[in-house]
Design a protein around this ligand. Sequence first.
Ligand code: ZN
Ligand code: ZN
Length: 247
Amino acid sequence: MKNSLLFLGMLLLFFSCKKASNTGPETLPNAYSDQAIGKSANDLLSASKYTSLQIQIQYMGTYQLDTATISNLSAYLNSLCNKPGGISITQTAISATGDTLDLDKVATLEKQYRTDYTSGSTIAVYIMVTDGYDTSASILGFAFRNTSICLFGKDIFANSGASGEVTRVSLETSVLEHEFGHLMGLVNLGSTMVSNHQDLAHGNHCINPACLMYWSIETHTGLPGLLNNIPKLDSNCLADLAANGGK
Ligand SMILES: [Zn+2]
Ligand SMILES: [Zn+2]
């Protein structure tokens, strides 16, 4: 049990943070959705341009996100984003497969399968759940572009749900909410810091080991607590979001 928790901890160290190039063959048909991570932070948080948020989840194989994960995500976003028109989430299967995928391959699949794009007063976010692993074999998901997230479903399933492991809902929720944090501009990635809390050694992450946006839970003293508790944003991260139009 201790080993599986340690292994999980090592995997979680890497839950995410890649940046996609925004040019090339994977360019999306919708220019708004083809920007860099963090560019839509204010648009996601505030109601100034977009009053509604629409999230399209597409999954491969049997790696459908648990309904409790979707409920958690909905509550998380409703607590942070000013969207008086509401937040809607759909989840459908796609026929694609991807045993091992890297950022470019994921970006290409997104172009092939994504159908919901930002228009009018609705901002759209896309989430792909794959039936495989990242080529690095060390990350469970990443945010890319301004409104896109990839979760490695098979990898998440393989590291959750068994005796002594984190629950699948907790792991799915933790990775997904962390990636959404990046889309909302954390840390110093489109949402200006109210006070300095960026872990410069680890890119756009928070210095607080207890925060959802910490780069690593290697030193998370509450690792076994992850079995039942999903990490939350700390006060510094919450302040950044509120200052950029969020709740
Ligand atoms: Zn990250
Ligand atoms: Zn934080």
